[in-house]
Write a protein that binds this ligand. Structure first.
Ligand SMILES: O=C(O)COP(=O)(O)O
Ligand SMILES: [Mg+2]
Length: 223
């Protein structure tokens, strides 16, 4: 099995290209400290990631402040506290997974179009790409707030296929989460599940991606 006939590679961001958990945890803990709640560990926060920023904040509050009244007003305020904290330190301890830079170089040299589809808010994507020095590898990107629906809906993937003027058959989604694999399946697109990411502590193979890759550099054998 290989993907040499593809022309568009759609990458998930958190848990696939970058390990952002240290900075996400830091921002969550700043939000919790604002309410005098105890901090969470990286292990606590990891399975809360995957559906975007608001679900992350809500899951963290339920864990660290179980007696809190989860009114919309409170959640909105907590989200704003979290958002400002993450904005202040978006890419302090965030790092690329091993093999990402070499593999992006390889894929670009082979002529593939590389784009990002993440459930992270759009505004955080470019600053992280810039800080890590990989912005120029990507033609475009969409975040959780770019379109009316996010992963696991097919919409962001289909939008990228259309924007890049290609077809679903010539595209592939690469991601660590069931949301990536389900979005690809909903779009009838091939997918590569990476096994080293977050995925709610579940095995990515259980979601039946077209192929499983245990490390990012394995992509060099597939394209
Ligand atoms: O921020 C999230 O919840 C997940 O982000 P991802 O889609 O890049 O994995
Ligand atoms: Mg991910």
């Amino acid at each position: 099995m290989n993907f040499k006939d593809k022309d568009l590679i759609i990458f998930d961001f958190d848990g696939t290209l970058i390990n952002s958990i240290p900075d996400l945890t830091l921002a969550i803990n700043k939000m919790l400290a604002h309410y005098n709640a105890p901090p969470l560990t990286i292990e606590d926060v990891t399975p809360f990631i995957g559906n975007g920023a608001k679900p992350l904040v809500k899951r963290a509050i339920i864990r660290a402040m179980p007696d809190t009244d989860l009114s919309d007003t409170f959640l909105e305020e907590a989200f704003n506290v979290y958002f400002s904290a993450y904005k202040a330190e978006t890419c302090k301890d965030t790092f690329m997974y091993p093999g990402v830079l070499e593999t992006l170089k390889y894929l670009k040299s082979k002529g593939y179009t590389l784009v990002i589809c993440t459930n992270k808010p759009y505004g955080f994507i470019a600053p992280i790409l810039e800080t890590l020095g990989i912005k120029d590898y990507f033609k475009t990107w969409v975040g959780e707030d770019s379109l009316p629906k996010k992963k696991p809906d097919a919409l962001p993937l289909l939008h990228l296929v259309e924007t890049m003027q290609t077809t679903v058959a010539k595209s592939v989604m690469v991601g660590d989460s069931k949301n990536d694999i389900l979005a690809a399946q909903h779009a009838k697109m091939d997918s590569i599940g990476v096994s080293y990411g977050y995925n709610y502590n579940e095995n990515i193979a259980d979601y039946n991606p077209t192929v499983v890759a245990n490390q990012f550099a394995d992509l060099q054998d597939l394209f």
